[in-house]
Structure formats: structure tokens, C-alpha cells
Design a protein around this ligand. Sequence first.
Ligand SMILES: *Cc1c(COP(=O)(O)O)cnc(C)c1O
Length: 392
Amino acid sequence: MTVYFAQKLNELAAIGQQRAFPEIEHTGKWIEQAGNKLLNLSSNDYLGLATETDLMQQFLSEVQDLPLTSSSSRLLTGNFPIYNQLEQTIAQDYQREACLLFNSGYHANIGILPAICHRHTLIVADKLVHASLIDGIRLAECKWVRYRHNDYQHLAQILEKQAAAFEQVIIVTESVFSMDGDCADLAQLIHFKQQYPNILLYVDEAHAVGVFGEKGLGLAEQQGCIAEIDFLVGTFGKALASMGAFVVCDQLIKNYLINTMRPLIFSTALPPFNVAWSHFIWQKVTTLTQHRQHLAQISQQLRAFIQDELQQPMPSSTNVVPYIIGDNQATVTVAQQLQQQGFYALPIRPPTVPKGTARIRFSLTAAINTEEIAQLMDVLSNIEQQRCKEAN
Ligand SMILES: *Cc1c(COP(=O)(O)O)cnc(C)c1O
């Protein structure tokens, strides 16, 4: 009976794509692996808050006794005042009517789309949206098409041909994309809403919340268009150093989701203790302009270095910085060399990224200082020189 599983695993191993949990330990911004201490350049803790023990101490000294479980869905006995408080705080910061919390970004994305789509819905999604959005689209069981990544001409063609035949069209995008670190142009997407009154806009800001905008509300804040996004999804698991997710939307939509969204209705709500931590962190994050500035500065430095000194393409305009090498094996070798020299950077290969674009994906955080970036650039220079010598 289980031969099939073993066979599949062997197939994955044969093409070098079998996955396993790494054996690592964490000390602040460092990762310990096989006795070596490496600077973590692959973290989603974009503001460096997950490792700030002072923050945790402050939270623990202030927090009231709160349960470590909600024991139920919020619709039964699992609703606690802290949920409503956090929703109110977030809605106020975005200056929107409502906010609704979820257990994770994955829950949000697999739950909202199936709830809001019906037979007369068309979903039009960017080619590179996150796996959780793809799963949500599949569960929605309506017609869907994908437009080439950030190619709004292609999107315009699709809309021109198809939008009129549907009652509602939902455009789905991320604001910051996780592999290239490039951004959607939200103003252009909003422009389509003005052309087609049956369009709703769904934007996943998982990588942007905490990082962009004066208050860290995300790319929509930076681009000045929060009010125009029908579903603005953010998560607490990355820059917010917590767990869970939220959507910012109109009150009507919130009420509708409470009545129809299965992962919200049929899953135990997050622990109140955890939600209190999210609330605590949220209030801090809106003030951390200096963290955001520092992160933007070191990211700009590394991007410029890879583009100008290493002469590699640089699609990114964010703290997610790809060093695109192309060849799979060469990329793995560079990752190993970086690790030998104290930098925990990971290779990303097809099928996660398109063929021929294997890369090192640097994911910078505000905990990394300018000396560490300078050291990284030195090491990269040496690796690149060595690669050139070997090629000649
Ligand atoms: C990380 C991520 C998610 C998933 O969020 P979790 O809270 O980790 O489940 C969803 N969308 C995007 C774009 C992400 O990067």
C-alpha cells in the first residue's frame, strides 16, 4: 500500500528536490547549524522584532492573565475582547470600516476567495501569486485566468474580452512578491476598477505590512490607495513577529465573511494570549519608522551592489533581494560558500522559480547592521571572482 509514497520520495530525491526540516537552533539574529554560527539572511522577521527580548519582557510584564487557548471557534465560545480590540485598532489605523482576524495568512487566502466567489465570478490573478492564493482560487470553483506577472497590458486584454460576461471580477495580486522582491502597481489596478464597475481588488500584503508606508501599513499606504482596496490581507507571521492574519474591508464584507467563510467558522480561534501579543506588537510597529528606514537603506545597498558590481539583473525594489545565478548547481555551490563564511542564505531553484533563474534569495531584516552588509558584499565579491576564474 505504501510503496507509492516511497517511490515518490525517491523520485524527488533523484532530482534533488526532496524536502526536509533543517536541523538548526536560533540565537537572536544568528542560526546555529552543525556547530557554526551564521547570520540569518533568510528570515521573514523583517523588522527584527522576533529576537528583541526587551519587547517580549515588556509584553509579559504588562499582559493580563490570558488563556493559551480559545477552546472554540469565535462564533461559539472562542470570542475574547482582545480580538475585537485588535480588529478595532487595525481598522482605525487603516481608516477603514472593518477588520477581521484569521488564524493565518494561509487560512485567510483559502477562506476568503471561496466565500466571496459564486457562479458568475471571474478571478484574474497574477501568474506569481502565493500558493495559498492558488489553493483559495481552486477551492472557489469559479472560472479563473492568470495574467503574466505584473503585466497590466495582458490583464487589460483579459478584462476587455471577459469582464462583461461576469457579474463580478476579482483581481488577485500580492503587493510585494516573494521571489523577485518586486511590487505591484496598485494605482494601475485601481484604474481598472474605474473602467469596470464589477471589479473587486484583492491584495495580499504579507511581505509589505510592517515594512512599507509611514506607519508600516503596507504598500497601499505607501502608494496612498488604502481606501480603494476591497480586500487588503496582512499577516502577523512575518514583520509582526507573531502569528495570524487579517483582512481590512467594508463592514458589509466582514459580516458576510463571518457568515460564510469556512476556515473562520470551523476552526478554533487563535489563543487570546497570542492575539494580545499581536496587539502589543502592532502598536509598536506603527511607530518604527527608523527600523523601516534602516531596512530600506541596507536593502538598497545590497541591490545596487548585485546589480552594479556583480552585474546581475535586479528585479527587486524591496528587502527581498535575489542574486540570480541561473544554473541550479552553481547556485547551490554559492549558497554553500556563503554558509561556510557565516551567512545563512538559501538557494531557490525551479520549480519554485522559473527555469534558468536559480538564485540566492536574501531576505534582509532591520536587525542586520551596515558592517554585516559590507562583510556580505566582500564575501560575494570573492565568490564571484573565483567563479569567473573557474569559468575561464
Ligand atoms: C507567508 C505568506 C502567506 C501565508 O501567511 P501565514 O500567516 O504564514 O500562513 C500568505 N501570502 C503570502 C504572500 C505570504 O508570503
